[in-house]
Design a protein around this ligand. Structure first.
Ligand code: GLY
Ligand code: MN
Ligand code: MN
Length: 437
């Protein structure tokens, strides 16, 4: 887990960037009702947790650079013996200071009374407008109240600054502590994928693999998934966001599994595609080997100094050339790339940032140009080829083949580390593991 000193270091870094005369306001995520009295399992907002390490709902963190005696004020729930008997312990104001590093803490119910007074003393408000409509409105009301006092010499905030932009720049660069958590999440997920290869048999259902995956992650300490698992047998693999996971797995088909656990609030994200019966057909193998070659070409480009788009370009080049070699595309590689013909088979991008959120934060372009890769960034590399049944101009033996291969890659000083390398992906390794069932 991330240590209190690291949360403190993050707040210090933000405080230094904000400078004097500023205030940052950051609310905790609300609890969300699933049905009547039942809530979804509570997951803190990633920005809020990144800065505070505070896991409870109904809280607002306030940072005021240079304010004495308290630069970091945390509004949170009061202790409540009766409620705590039902819902578990709360930090309360004492815990907020003692365990979570707040300089001062007040009950969340007092925010209306205290926060406007803090705002009055500031000229710039760092706040992520639009992500919490209720607080947006209250903040606007408080600022208007302050403006009405102008004749009494009170000025209050003049400028709003996008807090999320600053936090997201920080979150893009993973510390050693964050990398360790992501490595752990990746290892659990890799083991769960290997487990599915050992479990899978024709006649099972997609949901059985999903259940096995969740079970393996949970017994290794990761109770929650970073996103709903995609388990697509046969042509279901060609539906990119397939999450029904209800069909039977058929002999002779491939199954695509895109699933990753969350550990310590950090995501992993692996896709593996393997034959339901343990043996690739020649057509399946040809497509699979091509996706694997594209993925390896892309991973080779994941190193400092290259740009965000270099891995994608490498994957597109390899896939396009391979599709021409297989006779599935006709023309010159350069032209097929230029006119986007390859998108008939490969219609998504090769990856995304990965971190506390599975599609993590951070800009992909800076001043209009693709961002340079730097140590500490974590990205996925996940090319694929999808051939739904009935695709015109494509021999029948390829119909219903959908392949994606996805790994999580940490950019390091020397190049990169594939965090998810333990999940088998070579044809020989997959077949050997499956034949040993
Ligand atoms: N599992 C979501 C993604 O691969 O982007
Ligand atoms: Mn994925
Ligand atoms: Mn992904």
């Amino acid at each position: 887990m991330i240590k209190p000193a690291e949360f403190k270091r993050r707040r210090r870094q933000l405080i230094q960037m904000m400078g004097p005369g500023a205030v940052a306001i950051l609310p905790a995520a609300p609890e969300v009702v699933r049905n009547r009295d039942v809530h979804y399992p509570y997951r803190p907002d990633s920005d809020f947790y990144y800065l505070t390490g505070f896991p409870e709902p109904e809280a607002i963190a306030v940072l005021i650079p240079g304010r004495k005696p308290a630069e970091y004020v945390l509004f949170c729930r009061e202790r409540d013996e009766k409620r705590e008997r039902w819902d578990g312990p709360r930090a309360g104001q004492e815990g907020a200071v003692r365990d979570y590093g707040a300089d001062d803490s007040f009950p969340i119910a007092d925010v209306e009374e205290i926060l406007p007074g803090l705002l009055e003393q500031c000229t710039r408000v760092f706040y992520a407008m639009g992500s919490n409509p209720d607080l947006d409105k209250r903040l606007a009301d408080w600022v208007n109240q302050i403006r009405r006092k102008a004749r009494a010499g009170v000025h209050g905030p003049l400028e709003f600054v996008a807090l999320d932009h600053y936090l997201h720049e920080m979150r893009l660069y993973k510390s050693a502590g964050e990398a360790a958590l992501m490595r752990h999440a990746a290892r659990i997920t890799a083991a769960a994928h290997a487990r599915l290869m050992q479990t899978c048999r024709p006649g099972m259902h997609e949901y059985e693999l999903e259940a096995e995956f969740g079970h393996e992650c949970a017994t290794r300490g990761a109770r929650f998934q970073a996103y709903p698992a995609i388990v697509g047998g046969g042509c279901n693999a060609c539906v990119l966001h397939y999450v029904d996971n209800r069909d039977e797995l058929r002999d002779g088909d491939l199954v695509l599994v895109d699933a990753g656990c969350e550990y310590g609030y950090y995501a992993s994200d692996i896709t593996r595609t393997f034959p339901v019966n343990g043996q690739f057909s020649p057509a399946q193998r040809a497509v699979y080997e091509l996706v694997l070659a594209a993925q390896e070409a892309a991973i080779a480009k994941a190193r400092p100094g290259n740009h965000w788009n270099d891995p994608h370009d490498a994957a597109v080049r390899t896939i396009t050339k391979g599709l021409v070699d297989l006779g599935l595309l006709k023309g010159t590689v350069a032209k097929l790339i230029k006119d986007g013909s390859y998108t008939k088979f490969y219609m998504h991008r090769t990856g995304h940032w990965l971190g506390m959120d599975v599609h993590d934060v951070g800009d992909y372009k800076v001043d209009g140009a693709w961002r340079e890769l730097e140590p500490g960034m974590v990205m996925t590399v996940e090319p694929g080829i999808y051939i739904p049944p009935g695709m015109r101009g494509v021999p029948k033996k390829y119909w219903g083949i959908g392949v994606r291969i996805e790994d999580d890659v940490l950019i390091t000083k020397e190049g990169h580390e594939v965090l998810t390398r333990d999940a088998p992906k070579d044809v020989a390794d997959i077949e050997a593991l499956m034949q040993a069932r």
